[in-house]
Write a protein that binds this ligand. Structure first.
Ligand code: GLY
Ligand code: MN
Ligand code: MN
Length: 524
């Protein structure tokens, strides 16, 4: 091959005329004449004038920001919503803000790509609600219909994606001062430096928006006092403590959040009814699990914002695969269908519910036996949960029931007592996951909380968490009698802790074997 052969890149060849990132526009022509620009920026009705009222969430978010202000007086706190995420080329995923941002602003649905909440330190007691900070929400406001952005920006222009809020509208809704994104860089970097010389310490929710990470890193680097090259990782502890505090702030839900959880659970219950109605079509379809997934998804989009996580629609042996989200299998009469699904409300709070349904409408004797054991474990866990009890006790109560049942069936290779000891744990072959997790804006909520406040923490009023024991007997598991193989059961409910004890928010979805059969009969 010679150097002139086009298959061999010549390292001396210059960058080609059109940058590679621009080529996504090669499929169409863009008018660029001044006549077109002038015409496009004229002749539109003026935007509506009246401002919206205050969102009900605003008084709650003010309290949340006040609590965080109390933790970090004198420091600038930076909470980004995150950027649009590219699916491919010029096609984005639907936007979802970071949960910490949603929690402190009250913004849900697709609000607002690239936005950043800054809590700016002020003199003690002179901030918002007498706190140590004043909050400003920086975002890209709606551009006027007389601007090029209106029709020329396919990612943010109203012409392409619909109206978005103005600065005044979000300020009115949220009760937070707002400012244009143009002022963000100055606001983020102003005065950053070591407190010892009068600089401002910054704490950032990292890995949400890489541009913001870079801005903060640069500001820290440029203003550091140390004459040696600065190791930026020394700041990790500051950022980690903020992430931890924001996560722990969400451990107990306020009444507005509990109402959102109830809404998400109600929509989820409606979604499960749609699944039962769709079962005849699922059985007839070669990929019946997709029929199940789609029936639920339709309800999630109709009633809420989206799914809170990918639906698990797992029939027969697939029900023993814990994270089965491929959902491309058939749904057969006689099998158990395990569905783990949750609707995310417009506020972004999500339910997380599992029901295991006999596809034909009635449980076989062995299916009912396994199902009843899981239900008994769930009931024992529920009975163990009360304020002041350690979170880990919920799991322990469920495991006692399951280990005893596995021993009774001759499945455990050791006694239940031995299995339950730290040195044993053989029962976990068939129940390998945790029994509970906190639930809220994230399906696995409060994930940055310290262990002493999570697993080793005490249950307290306002906490919302799942109880979700299961038994999973894989078809290929030779350690169990053949009659159990290919059966997977999980029952998952969403629990609110109150001063009087636990409340099952998802109790409207039937869960005893008889009630499940009656429910299915009533909908088919
Ligand atoms: N669906 C995820 C979970 O149950 O934790
Ligand atoms: Mn689940
Ligand atoms: Mn769960």
């Amino acid at each position: 091959m010679s150097v002139s052969d086009p298959a061999v890149p010549d390292p001396t060849v210059q960058q080609q005329a059109q940058p590679i990132d621009d080529r996504v526009n090669n499929r169409s022509q863009r008018p660029t004449s001044e006549a077109f620009k002038a015409f496009m920026a004229s002749g539109w009705a003026p935007a509506e004038g009246s401002l919206p009222g205050r969102d009900a969430v605003a008084e709650y978010t003010a309290r949340r920001r006040r609590a965080i202000s109390e933790r970090f007086p004198g420091e600038r706190l930076v909470i980004p919503a995150g950027p649009l995420k590219v699916r491919s080329n010029d096609t984005d995923y639907r936007f979802r803000p970071h949960s910490a941002f949603a929690h402190l602003t009250g913004l849900g649905v697709d609000h607002e790509p690239d936005a950043v909440l800054i809590l700016e330190p002020v003199d003690e007691g002179t901030g918002d609600d007498g706190g140590h900070h004043s909050a400003t929400l920086y975002f890209r406001p709606l551009a006027g219909r007389d601007t090029e952005q209106f029709y020329g920006d396919a990612r943010s222009g109203e012409f392409w994606i619909g109206a978005r809020p103005t600065l005044a509208e979000l300020e009115a809704r949220l009760g937070i001062a707002t400012a244009h994104l143009d002022g963000l860089e100055a606001a983020l970097t102003k005065g950053v430096g070591a407190p010892a010389i009068g600089g401002i310490s910054v704490r950032l929710v990292r890995k949400v928006h890489e541009d913001i990470d870079a801005l903060v890193d640069t500001a820290r680097y440029n203003t550091a006092m140390d004459p040696e090259p600065l190791d930026l990782s020394v700041f990790d502890a500051l950022d980690d403590q903020l992430a931890e505090a924001l996560s722990e702030l969400r451990l107990a839900k306020d009444e507005w959040e509990v109402a959102q959880m109830r809404e998400a659970v109600a929509a989820t219950a409606a979604g499960f009814e749609e699944i039962i109605r769709a079962l005849p079509r699922a059985v007839a379809h070669r990929r019946g699990e997709r029929v199940v997934e789609g029936a639920f998804f339709a309800k999630a989009r109709e009633e809420g914002n989206d799914l809170g996580y990918e639906t698990i629609a797992a029939s027969g042996n697939n029900a023993t695969v814990l994270h089965w989200i491929r959902n491309n299998g058939p749904v057969r009469e006689g099998e158990l269908l395990l569905v783990d699904a949750g609707v995310e409300a417009e506020s972004l709070y999500t339910a997380d519910v599992t029901r295991t349904l006999p596809v034909g409408g009635t449980f076989s004797e062995v299916q009912r036996r396994v199902y009843q054991a899981v239900l008994d474990a769930a009931e024992a866990a529920f009975a163990a949960a009360r304020p002041g009890v350690k979170f880990r006790q919920i799991h322990a109560a469920a495991m006692e029931v399951l280990a005893a049942r596995l021993e009774e069936w001759g499945i455990l290779p050791v006694s239940a007592e031995e299995a339950l000891s730290d040195a044993g744990q053989q029962h976990r072959r068939w129940m390998p996951h945790g029994t509970s997790h906190h639930l809220g804006l994230d399906v696995h909520d409060c994930a940055q909380a310290r262990r002493e406040l999570y697993l080793d923490g005490e249950l307290a009023p306002g906490m919302v968490f799942t109880i979700e024991p299961g038994l999973y007997f894989k078809a290929e598991d030779l350690a169990i009698p053949a009659e159990y193989r290919g059966i997977g059961v999980r029952i998952e409910d969403d629990i609110l802790m109150t001063a009087e004890g636990p409340v099952n928010l998802s109790a409207a979805l039937p869960r005893t074997p008889d009630d499940v059969e009656a429910w299915m009969a009533s909908l088919r």
